[in-house]
Design a protein around this ligand. Structure first.
Ligand SMILES: C[S@@+](CC[C@H](N)C(=O)[O-])C[C@H]1O[C@@H](n2cnc3c(N)ncnc32)[C@H](O)[C@@H]1O
Length: 138
């Protein structure tokens, strides 16, 4: 398992929690912008991943999707969090960069012929939002 994190302080917390869970031998935390880390992973010939979970800055979601596809194979599951944003995702005139980012992401999902995707609404204490679930088909 590889996890990508921008902030060194967040990475330290993640490493501590991973170690506490006894998983340090199976999880690598890479620090830096995820867009760059994804390129490095591909350049290093990282094996295709079974599952990719996208949950960082929403403006970068399309870039992360492209990076995830480069690290995928047929059957890889790509999941992205926060793609409904309390319904604000349907507003094409939104000036919220997060809404704009997930709108671009959802459109990229729909247009990508290698993916079969859906979005599932989630409801919790933080209101309602949604998860995109996409399977790489070819
Ligand atoms: C919502 S949290 C992720 C929570 C995590 N998925 C979990 O379930 O515990 C988002 C994280 O993305 C990191 N982040 C934001 N922009 C990033 C970027 N460009 N590259 C890598 N990580 C980024 C933030 O520092 C933050 O720690």
């Amino acid at each position: 398992m590889v996890t990508l994190e921008l902030q060194p302080a967040h990475a330290d917390i993640a490493r501590a929690n991973i170690a506490r869970a006894g998983l340090a031998d199976r999880v690598t935390v890479r620090v830096g912008p995820a867009a760059e880390s994804l390129v490095h992973l591909a350049d290093e010939g990282a094996a295709p991943f079974d599952l990719v979970f996208i949950d960082a800055d929403k403006a970068g979601y399309v870039t992360y999707l492209e990076g995830a596809l480069r690290l995928s194979r047929p059957g890889t599951l790509i999941i992205a969090d926060n793609v409904v944003r309390r319904g604000r995702v349907i507003d094409p005139d939104s000036e919220d960069v997060n809404v704009q980012g997930v709108r671009r992401f959802n459109e990229a999902l729909a247009a990508e012929p290698r993916l079969s995707a859906t979005i599932v609404q989630t409801v919790g204490v933080k209101g309602y939002d949604g998860l995109a679930l996409a399977v790489v088909t070819r």
